[in-house]
Design a protein around this ligand. Structure first.
Ligand SMILES: [Zn+2]
Length: 58
């Protein structure tokens, strides 16, 4: 899995399917967002889509 450098979503692609930013293999930790509208963590991190997100991306 790779992580988007901008929105931190995890994907198998070399570019992010949501924002088009390049993805990185160098990431740590992850967060699963099921319902972004009802998650304070997601709101704080600016996450709008359900999915898996990396906590740190380099
Ligand atoms: Zn992205």
């Amino acid at each position: 899995m790779k992580a988007c450098r901008k929105c931190h979503i995890l994907t198998n692609r070399s570019t992010c399917p949501y924002c088009g930013e390049s993805t990185s293999d160098n990431w740590q930790g992850y967060l699963i967002v099921i319902d972004p509208n009802n998650s304070k963590i997601a709101e704080k991190a600016g996450l709008k889509m359900p999915g898996k997100y990396a906590l740190k991306v380099r």
